[in-house]
Structure formats: structure tokens, C-alpha cells
Design a protein around this ligand. Structure first.
Ligand code: SAM
Ligand code: FES
Length: 354
């Protein structure tokens, strides 16, 4: 009976809140059968949990996309090494410091250095850049998002002053991982990196794309269970969006409603987690980021990269905020958050321990 099924699904959301975990079969049932009613119910619960811990504050992270060279060939990604059409660029230390300077003036207290896996920059270069940023802005937090590295390298960059690391696991299912990546990449190594990052002491973020090709409710159930097991400080999820010059050019983009539902479920499961409303979410819907916040997210990551390189860091088609000035981005985000009753705050925005 439909009515009974609805009650049962709502019961699963309640159980997730109370116990912080569901069994695989329950995840599958919930994700396969949910409707608008369950999505709204979960969003209200998620928002209440986030409000109780983080109030009406929304944290911002200034994203500096410093290289689009990459040695990897992930099938979904616009800057994969196999994309001959990508116009490659690298930022110098001076250019990165200049992004930080304008970001600091705009109130950013976290800088995220993100890039492809670019062998051009050695550990020494990263150490120098990290130390220079910390000398100029001791109160800021530095987040790295530069892919898989050795434990030794992660340790060195942590010692230099990086406090956080984002490394999406992409999918927790081996077979699915193999369909998104070439043979030389492995889920095993991805997971190993995540464990090492946590061990070293980084505030660590995992995550995945919603609606990536070959994803299923089973693989999503495994993603949720992996997140619960890893206990990350941050979880980055956003819809998959095809890029025209990749093998997945003709695949459909991820679904808005499912992305929002998963954001809420992640908030309900991992109550204190730092959860961004991603640029990809803002790309598939003009109000995507506002809807993400209302579903339980509490972080926004505006682009601080120099305007002339933004179009070159094209992970997927039609990426937003690739033409504006950094200052405009900040004003725009302020207004968007105010319009839904939230406020951007100029703090580091660390994970709040219980
Ligand atoms: N190289 C680093 C790494 O692998 O973690 C950071 C850069 S990588 C481009 C950042 C994230 O972008 C990936 O983890 C992936 O989930 C996301 N991404 C790549 N292509 C995408 C696409 N077509 N649609 C949505 N997200 C995408
Ligand atoms: Fe390396 Fe996307 S394939 S950043």
C-alpha cells in the first residue's frame, strides 16, 4: 500500500537521525522509493540539525584553481590528460598570492588550492607557497585538493601549514570505480589516501558526483556507508555534468532532487559535517546553491581564480561564475544567502567538534 510505504520511508529517515546509520537494504529502499514528501521531510530535519550546530552562518572558501594540467584520465573530467582541446595553464606562486590578497580583502579566511595532478609542482614548491600564505595571513586555513600523493608528501604539506584536504572518493564501489577511471587508477589507493590524510590530522573531505554514469541505488548505498565508516570532516557532492570533449559527453546530467535529498541524508547521518552547496549544483539550477543550503549544506566555495583562467578550468559544460570578477562573486553570494535567511561569515569555519 502506498500510504504504508510512505510511513515506512519516513521511519527510515527518523531512524537515520536517531542511530546515524542504516543497513544497505534500507538505503536502497529509501533511495529507490523516495518522493517529494520524503525529500522535504529530510530537508527540514537536515536544516534543523545544521541550524542547531552552525546557526545561520554559512562558511565561504575561496577556490583557487591553480593548474589544469593533469596526469590522470578520469572519463568524466574536462581537464583529463586525454582532452587535447583543453587549453592548459599554470599559476605562479605570485599569481596565487595575489588571489589570496584579493580574497583576504573580500573576507575569505579559507583558501582552497585545487588542481589537476600536475607533476610540475614538487613538494618544495607547495611547502613554499603554503608557508608564504600562512606568513601573510596567519589566521587563514589552507585546504588542498590536489589528488593522490604519497603519505610522506601529505605529511610534508601538513607540516608546512595545510590544515584540510579534499579528495572525493568518487564511488565506494570497485566495479563502478573501474567504469569511471582508466585501469591505472584504483579505489583501493583512493581509500588509502583518505585514511592517511585523516591519520596525519587533516580535516578530511570525501565525496562523489550524483548521477555519474553507471551509478545505481546500490552504489549510492555503498557511498553512504563508506562516508559513515570514514567519518570525514567534509563531504563534497554535486551533480555529474557532462563535458563535451570527454567519453561521457552524451551521458545525462545528475538529478537536482536526488542531489538535494542526498545532501539532507548526509547532514542527518553525519550531523557536524561541513557540507558545500557546490558550483555544479548552481550550474544545473539557477537557485541550486540556495536549495542546497536549504537542504542542509553550510558551505559555499566561490571562485577566486584569476578571471582569465576560469574558462580553462572547465570540468564540465556551462560551469557558472567563469566570467565574473571575484568581488562580484562575493556580493552575489551574500545576496543569495540573505535572500533565504542565511549569512556569510568571515571566519575560518572549522569543523565543530562535539
Ligand atoms: N585532481 C584533484 C582530485 O582528483 O581530487 C582535484 C580536482 S578534480 C577536477 C575535483 C572534482 O571535480 C573531482 O573529484 C570530481 O568529483 C569533480 N568533477 C570532475 N568532472 C566532473 C563533471 N563532469 N561533473 C561534475 N563534477 C566533476
Ligand atoms: Fe585530473 Fe580531472 S582528470 S583533475
Amino acid at each position: 500500500m502506498e500510504g504504508e510505504n510512505e510511513v515506512e520511508l519516513i521511519g527510515l529517515v527518523d531512524r537515520l537521525e536517531a542511530e546515524g546509520i542504516l543497513e544497505k537494504g534500507e538505503w536502497i529502499e529509501l533511495l529507490e522509493n523516495y518522493g517529494e514528501r520524503e525529500r522535504e521531510y529530510a530537508a527540514r530535519k537536515a536544516r534543523k540539525i545544521a541550524d542547531d550546530i552552525y546557526g545561520k552562518d554559512i562558511y565561504i572558501r575561496g577556490l583557487i584553481e591553480f593548474t589544469n594540467y593533469c596526469k590522470n584520465d578520469c572519463f568524466y573530467c574536462g581537464i583529463r590528460r586525454g582532452n587535447q582541446k583543453a587549453e592548459r595553464y599554470r599559476l605562479s606562486k605570485e599569481q596565487i598570492l595575489s588571489c589570496c590578497e584579493s580574497g583576504w580583502k573580500l573576507g575569505f579566511r579559507t583558501f582552497v588550492l585545487q588542481g589537476g595532478e600536475d607533476g610540475y609542482y614538487a613538494d618544495e614548491w607547495y611547502e613554499d607557497v603554503i608557508q608564504s600564505i600562512k606568513e601573510l595571513y596567519p589566521e587563514c586555513a589552507i585546504t588542498l585538493s590536489i589528488g593522490e600523493r604519497s603519505k610522506k608528501s601529505y605529511e610534508r604539506l601538513y607540516q608546512a601549514g595545510a590544515a584540510r584536504y579534499l579528495l572525493r572518493h568518487e564511488t565506494a564501489n570497485e566495479e563502478h570505480y573501474g567504469k569511471l577511471h582508466p585501469k591505472e587508477m584504483s579505489l583501493k589507493n583512493r581509500k588509502k589516501c583518505l585514511m592517511e590524510l585523516k591519520e596525519i590530522g587533516y580535516q578530511t573531505g570525501c565525496g562523489f558526483m550524483v548521477g555519474s554514469p553507471f551509478q545505481s541505488v546500490e552504489t549510492l548505498a555503498e557511498d553512504m556507508m563508506f562516508i559513515h565508516q570514514l567519518k570525514p570532516h567534509m563531504v563534497g557532492i554535486g551533480p555529474f555534468i557532462p563535458h563535451e570533449d570527454t567519453p561521457f559527453a552524451k551521458e545525462p546530467q545528475g538529478n537536482l532532487s536526488l542531489t538535494l535529498f542526498l545532501l539532507s541524508l548526509i547532514r542527518i547521518m553525519e550531523k557536524r559535517v561541513l557540507l558545500p552547496a557546490t558550483t555544479a549544483l548552481g550550474t544545473i539550477d539557477p537557485n541550486g546553491r540556495e536549495l542546497g543550503i536549504l537542504a542542509g549544506a553550510n558551505v559555499i566555495m566561490p571562485n577566486l581564480s584569476p578571471v582569465n583562467v576560469r574558462k580553462k578550468y572547465m570540468l564540465y559544460d556551462n560551469k557558472i561564475c567563469t566570467g565574473e570578477e571575484a568581488a562580484e562573486c562575493r556580493g552575489c553570494i551574500d545576496r543569495r544567502m540573505e535572500s533565504i535567511g542565511y549569512e556569510i561569515v568571515c571566519v575560518r569555519g572549522d569543523y565543530k567538534e562535539a
